[in-house]
Design a protein around this ligand. Structure first.
Ligand code: NAP
Length: 524
């Protein structure tokens, strides 16, 4: 991490025990400006290396992560409060896979693309698309997956030839420092990757005013909108990965056990603090009672705890603000007639644990079903027809991801195609964020742009076209000056030859075209 001017510190607190675990100096605006300036210099060199060279360097990071997996998982658990298995599976393992995937595939995805000629009359034009980096990209990320969310963005940014300035969430700075250490293992040029620490309230404007070339923001809709408005002033491109309120549809022929335990994992994993966690469950009336009875039994079995104990299923809430939102949504639902159907027990006395909660008798007037709750709570509703389930699922301002559960692949896919969201999983939920090859991003308020896979690499680069002319030995093209009636008629004849249905017209047009061809070889 670049040595900042020390004006004050951000304190990192273990969300379970309340103990102070770290202090990190805060960067000033001047620090940021000079970091971005140096990053631009470093990027100017880095972009000239081949993708293969960059990939080879970055692959060392995978090996570092493999060697340090246990320590990193424990650090994530202590800083964010999630269970150590959540930390390992959804963060450490996901990152190792992502680094490996991009290192092995980026060169193929980013190679120049030769375009097929689009029209016979322009056959002399041969075009290719190349992908060029933006320059210095800014990555701003949240606390809920403090390791895996920014890490993939960073690797995609660096492998495409950008320099990166990353600002992680203030709540999980210790994890951001783990990222810094892991990136350092690749021995990249000085100034190419930079971790900065500044409060979110100043970071967005500071990034934009310091000449950042593109922003990749993951976080709330509110801040996403704010940043987009600010970015308009400098026309800085911005990619937004925002909130969700994911639906799960359980069809009448679903395996009720798999659906129920899948709902528990998708809804309560990471204490429900997942952008694409299950928040709304719609169950066909024929399977509703069976599904709920299994859900109740399995919810009761959940063990809530923290730290190095492998027998914890669910960790704690990371922020007090989030606890307040969750409690407010439960209160609102109960006041409007909902029932707390099932709840897990909490063995630990820390106030930051919340029980996994299943709520029934819910409707779309309740905050729980309308807004993003972002906690270990799911609302369950009954449906009668597929159309009704699809209408329920689409009745949201969000469209991040969704799932359909059925033993019939065709039926599930038919429903999936009608849900307005960026990723639909069949008989699973959420985990496609961990598939490095699948693009990730939302419809509606859930965001703009795509990260991960080939599309993620495309989002980190601009397409640039080079057009060759095979007839450049001629003096001029047909459509160049000077103009005349003959040139006009000759050019018009191309439309007729190509698209007029009447054959006689085509024949007469060929004559007009032939008349203007000699001008290609004449100097006047
Ligand atoms: P947040 O308040 O928007 O914060 C996210 C990040 O933005 C943090 O690093 C924060 O810094 C920073 N920030 C805050 N104000 C800013 C500003 N004015 N300009 C620039 N940056 C600013 O969101 P959150 O509560 O931490 O995260 C939860 C939200 O993220 C949920 O809505 C969740 O669904 C969404 N999310 C989406 C995805 C996805 O892939 N679509 C993934 C994960 C989370 P500080 O920490 O210093 O305030």
């Amino acid at each position: 991490m670049t040595a900042p001017k020390i004006s004050s510190y951000t304190e990192s607190i273990n969300p379970v025990t309340g103990e102070l675990i770290d202090k990190t100096p805060i960067h000033s605006l001047n620090d940021l400006e000079s970091i971005i300036k140096k990053a631009k210099d470093a990027q100017n060199e880095w972009k000239n290396n081949s993708v293969k060279y960059r990939a080879k360097k970055l692959l060392k990071i995978r090996d570092y992560i493999v060697d340090n997996a246990d320590r990193i998982a424990l650090t994530i658990s202590k800083d964010n409060g999630k269970s150590i298995t959540d930390a390992l599976a959804a963060e450490v393992l996901a990152v190792a896979m992502a680094v490996n995937y991009y290192s092995k595939n980026a060169s193929n995805f980013l190679k120049d693309e030769k375009l097929k000629n689009g029209n016979f009359f322009l056959i002399n034009k041969r075009s290719k698309i190349m992908r060029v980096p933006y320059g210095v990209i800014g990555i701003i990320s949240p606390w809920n997956y403090p390791f895996s969310i920014p890490f993939s963005e960073i690797i995609m940014g660096l492998i495409t030839g950008n320099a990166v300035v990353m600002k992680g969430a203030s709540e999980t700075l210790v994890v951001s420092k783990e990222i810094d250490k892991a990136i350092a293992s690749a021995e990249l040029p000085q100034g190419l990757f930079n971790l900065v620490n500044m409060a979110g309230s100043v970071a967005g404007a500071a990034f934009l005013n310091s000449g950042i070339d593109k922003i990749f923001f993951t976080g709330s809709v509110e801040i996403g909108k704010y940043l987009m408005e600010k970015a308009a002033k400098t026309l800085t491109p911005i990619s937004l990965e925002l909130g969700g309120n994911d639906p799960m549809i359980v069809c009448e022929d679903a395996d009720p056990y798999r659906a129920a335990v899948g709902a528990i994992w998708g809804g309560f994993q990471n204490a429900g603090q997942s952008c694409a966690g299950i928040e709304r469950i719609y169950v066909h009336e024929k399977i509703y009672d069976k599904f709920l009875s299994i859900l109740k039994i399995e919810v009761k079995k959940l063990r809530i705890g923290y730290g190095s104990d492998f027998n914890n299923d669910i960790g704690c809430m990371t922020t007090k603000k989030q606890i307040e939102i969750v409690n407010a949504h439960i209160k609102d639902a109960v006041e409007k007639g909902a029932t707390i159907f099932a709840q897990s027990e909490i063995q630990n006395s820390s106030k930051n644990f919340l029980p996994a909660t299943v709520i029934t008798d819910v409707n779309h007037q309740m905050l729980l079903m309308k807004e993003e709750t972002f906690g270990p709570v799911v609302g369950v509703m009954k449906y009668r027809t597929n159309d009704e389930a699809i209408t329920f699922a689409n009745d949201s301002q969000y469209g991040l991801s969704a799932s359909v559960w059925s033993k019939n692949k065709n039926r599930a896919e038919k429903i999936a195609r009608q849900i307005n969201a960026g990723a639909i999983m069949i008989n699973d939920h959420l985990m496609s964020h961990g598939l490095a090859e699948t693009p990730w991003g939302g419809f509606k308020y859930s965001g703009i742009g795509r990260t991960h896979g080939k599309y993620g690499l495309y989002d980190k680069t601009q397409p640039k076209v080079i057009v060759h002319d095979w007839l450049s030995f001629t003096k001029k093209n047909l459509w160049w000056h000077p103009y005349s009636k003959q040139v006009y008629e000759g050019l018009k004849s191309i439309i007729i030859i190509l698209y007029k249905k009447n054959f006689a017209y085509k024949i007469s047009a060929v004559g007009k075209l032939i008349k203007i061809i000699p001008r290609m070889f004449q100097k006047k």
